[in-house]
Design a binder for this molecule. Structure first.
Ligand SMILES: [Zn+2]
Length: 139
């Protein structure tokens, strides 16, 4: 093995690690955002409950109840979008050499052909699933 190969392998490995870190950071950010939105929704439910409770003694403020419900709908839509974004991030793997997003099951980049899965244990979960499927088929 010549030194260029060694450096190339090291470079690709470092890029892959950096990409993985970026992905983890992005997912953590989305998770944090989702927690925030969830708390906002909780707060809205509380306000809504208080407003409904008022109806015991006096007429409920229909417009307040209505606008609270609308805000909750908006927040829930936001939460769904965050969930979708997280699912997308978990489904793709970025190419270490060109940055192209590839489906996680790909072994090689569909844009530049670089190897996507060099580190062992990186996708142990997926590999385990595939093994199970094979066993099922052979049954
Ligand atoms: Zn690539």
């Amino acid at each position: 093995m010549n030194m260029d190969d060694v450096f190339e392998k090291a470079r690709v490995a470092m890029n892959a690690a950096a990409q993985k870190t970026e992905e983890v950071v992005a997912v953590s950010k989305l998770k944090l955002e989702a927690v925030k939105v969830n708390n906002e929704i909780k707060g809205m439910y509380e306000k809504l409950g208080r407003e409904v409770y008022r109806a015991k003694d006096q007429k409920p403020h229909e417009d307040v109840v209505h606008s609270l419900c609308e805000e909750i709908d908006e927040l829930r839509a936001k939460l769904e979008a965050l969930d979708r974004e997280m699912a997308e991030l978990k489904k793709v793997v970025s190419c270490p050499s060109c940055g192209q997003k590839n489906p996680k099951e790909n072994y090689y980049c569909m844009k530049c052909g670089a190897q996507l899965k060099e580190t062992t244990g990186f996708d142990a979960e997926v590999a385990g699933e595939e093994a199970q499927q094979e066993t099922a088929e052979n049954d």
